[in-house]
Write a protein that binds this ligand. Structure first.
Ligand code: GUN
Length: 302
């Protein structure tokens, strides 16, 4: 059997078209568009390329997009003052401070300074709490877990009553997605197990999973024989395992490998995300969804 591929690149396009249509409707009816500011400190090449993608996507959707680049040596106080300026700016619905920040800045302090109602990353403790409570309390789910849930739902997988095993317990992926999958509601209602580096029988837990979400950051950690035949496998791992020359551009590019042995796993799973082109494209997509949501909350449309 060959698994159905759950392609983030295709689901991204579906969602972005939906967002674009809604932005146009809101603009026509209410005369406003979502406003997103991305604050980038320093010149970390990976951060610069992420931010560029966020800006391009926001512009494509008709958002009001501000890129605010700051020097590497900006003081913590000045960065906090900048966040406060955007907290008070009525045209801004979403504030994103690109991580990592330079060592002299306490990233927790900065993230906690963002108005929770503009925290489109979903990293503020208030939004973490709202997510834990679930239901109508939730404003912004963090973007990667939100993308994972969308992929599961749009792939047609039944989540209610499913055994969902999450490999990894990070604050950004493992903990929030486990929490989201166990909530009451559509696309959830799963029985969730979280496994991690201290778990005794990783293999045994994985073998039970109808939905297996792997976010460990260890290339090839999950072996094909650990996958239950027909399971839905979501591989969040994006591990650089080497470099190659791109045939398209002639430039050096990273060779990426997931946390699951894809080539063999796809012969056992019912559906599976590839790496690259799986979960990766969903993070920026859900950032756009959250920014639109923020405007809708403000207008009383949600
Ligand atoms: N750096 C890498 N990924 C992210 C993300 O999702 N949000 C922010 N703010 N910084 C990041």
């Amino acid at each position: 059997m060959t698994a159905k591929l759950i392609k983030g690149t295709e689901i991204r396009e579906e969602i972005l078209e939906e967002v674009k249509a809604e932005v146009e409707q809101i603009k026509e009816k209410h005369g406003v568009v979502p406003g997103l500011v991305t604050i980038l400190v320093g010149e970390n090449p990976a951060s610069m390329s992420y931010v560029t993608l966020k800006i391009k996507t926001a512009i494509r959707l008709g958002f009001n997009e501000i890129q605010d680049s700051q020097p590497e040596d900006i003081s913590e106080a000045d960065l906090l003052a900048l966040v406060d300026k955007y907290n008070k700016d009525d045209s801004i619905n979403g504030i994103l401070v690109q991580l990592p920040l330079p060592k002299h800045i306490d990233d927790k302090k900065v993230l906690n300074a963002i108005d929770p109602d503009k925290d489109v990353d979903g990293f503020h403790p208030v939004n973490v709490g709202r997510l834990m409570i679930g239901g109508q309390e939730v404003k912004f789910a963090p973007c990667t877990p939100a993308g994972i849930q969308e992929m599961i739902v749009r792939s047609g997988m039944e989540t209610s009553g499913a055994e969902c095993v999450v490999v990894g317990r990070s604050n950004i992926v493992g903990k929030p997605i486990a929490n989201m999958m166990l909530q009451k509601g559509d696309g959830a209602n799963a029985t969730v197990t979280v496994v991690h580096t201290r778990t005794k029988d990783l293999e045994g837990h994985c073998k039970r999973a109808d939905i297996l979400i792997v976010a460990a950051g260890v290339p090839g950690l999950v072996k094909p024989e650990w996958i239950k035949p027909g399971a839905c496998v979501i591989d969040v791992g994006v591990n650089r395992v080497g470099e190659k020359i791109s045939e398209k551009t002639g430039k050096k590019i990273a060779i990426l490998k997931g946390d699951v042995d894809f080539d063999e796993a796809k012969e056992i799973a019912g559906s599976i995300t590839p790496v690259p082109g799986g979960v990766g494209p969903m993070t920026v997509t859900m950032l756009m969804v959250n920014t639109l949501k923020s405007l809708k909350f403000k207008l009383g449309l949600m």
